[in-house]
Design a protein around this ligand. Structure first.
Ligand SMILES: [Zn+2]
Ligand SMILES: [Zn+2]
Length: 349
């Protein structure tokens, strides 16, 4: 417990840092006032003189009620007038705790998002510019004058195939050709345990340390450091043994079946196409073991504008295609450069 010599300032002459235990100002000789405030200069050295330490530990000074003289704790009578110290209040002992340094609040840097935003804006701008230069679809009025169609029929055939599967996965309708035992899986089966070691870390208290948490004004011109015991922790690593399960890979067997089954399989495609709009589609010439799995169709209308430039509209919608009247005038959205019609807006007449 280090003891240090405090100081006081003289209100009469303004002299700073009179020595704490001195009762009179070294500048003007004025006595230490009743309400003197002691303070501990930052560079105050530790007191080592035994007599001074003794005095510091005696306790706070007292002030004579009769003549106002300051007296040491161990004096029973006033040095100024000889009055007794009985019932005279002592100077207060005051503790000053160090306030923990508050950390300045961390500035959380704002995420820079401008970069991404700029890229996004640039992309939109470029797309917009491209549309401006290449030209979007325009609204024009065209006359429908020719039609064409194209259909592709995907034909499947019923064929007998040979397949293999586990017994519980064989489809219904299968004709079994062969059964045999086969390894189906390797299953981990616990067969015991073995002792293993692993490292674990723990936080353990290894002792205490004395931490200075403030100073105590002893009321006699001296100050004493205040200490507190704080626990000291260390992270230690130790080895720990444990029982780990041991597994063995045990094969399991099951019945594998080889079987025949009829399945639909893609066989061929029939492509048909012509000009005009037929009243009914042609019958597809199919063998007895065949069926149509899917028909893909593409329907075309050829238009011309008043200058004789030709346009084409392609669609998979048969009903919309049949709805276009030969010789009829239609408002459409079209690319005038390529002659591609993107949308029929309605009849113009
Ligand atoms: Zn003074
Ligand atoms: Zn006195």
């Amino acid at each position: 417990m280090a003891i240090r010599e405090g100081a006081w300032d003289c209100p009469a002459c303004g002299r700073k840092r009179n020595r704490g235990p001195e009762k009179h100002c070294a500048g003007c000789g004025t006595a230490r006032a009743a309400d003197v405030r002691f303070y501990l200069p930052d560079d105050a050295p530790e007191v080592t003189d035994p007599a001074a330490l003794e005095r510091a530990r005696r306790g706070p000074d007292w002030r004579c009620n009769f003549c106002g003289a300051d007296n040491r704790a161990d004096y029973t009578h006033c040095t100024g007038c000889g009055a007794s110290s009985d019932g005279t209040p002592r100077r207060p002992v005051i503790e000053y705790r160090d306030t923990p340094q508050e950390k300045p609040p961390k500035k959380t840097p704002k995420k820079k998002r401008h970069g991404c935003l700029k890229v996004g804006c640039l992309g939109i701008l470029l797309t917009f510019l491209a549309l401006l230069f290449l030209g979007g679809a325009e609204e024009v009025t065209l006359t429908a004058d020719r039609f064409a169609w194209e259909r592709t029929a995907h034909i499947e055939a019923r064929v007998t195939v040979t397949e293999e599967a586990w017994e519980d996965e064989v489809p219904s309708g299968a004709q079994v050709l062969e059964r045999r035992q086969e390894q189906r899986a390797l299953n981990p089966v616990p067969i015991g345990t073995e002792t293993k070691t692993r490292k674990v870390t723990e936080r353990v208290q290894v002792g205490t340390e004395q931490v200075k948490v403030g100073v105590r004004d002893l009321g006699n011109g001296y100050f004493e450091d205040i200490y507190e015991d704080r626990p000291v922790y260390e992270t230690v690593e130790r080895e720990e043994s444990y029982e780990a399960p041991v597994y063995s890979a045990v094969p399991t067997f099951d019945t594998k079946i080889r079987y025949e089954i009829d399945r639909w399989q893609p066989r061929r495609e029939i492509r048909l196409g012509d000009a005009g709009r037929p009243g009914r589609w042609l019958e597809l010439d199919l063998a007895r073991d065949e069926r149509v799995s899917k028909i893909e169709a593409l329907y075309t209308v050829f238009f011309t504008d008043p200058e004789g430039k030709s346009y084409r509209w392609e669609t998979r919608d048969e009903e919309a295609w049949r709805g276009i009247r030969e010789g009829g005038r239609y408002r459409v959205k079209a690319y005038t450069g390529s002659g591609k019609v993107t949308k029929i807006l309605g009849a113009a007449d």
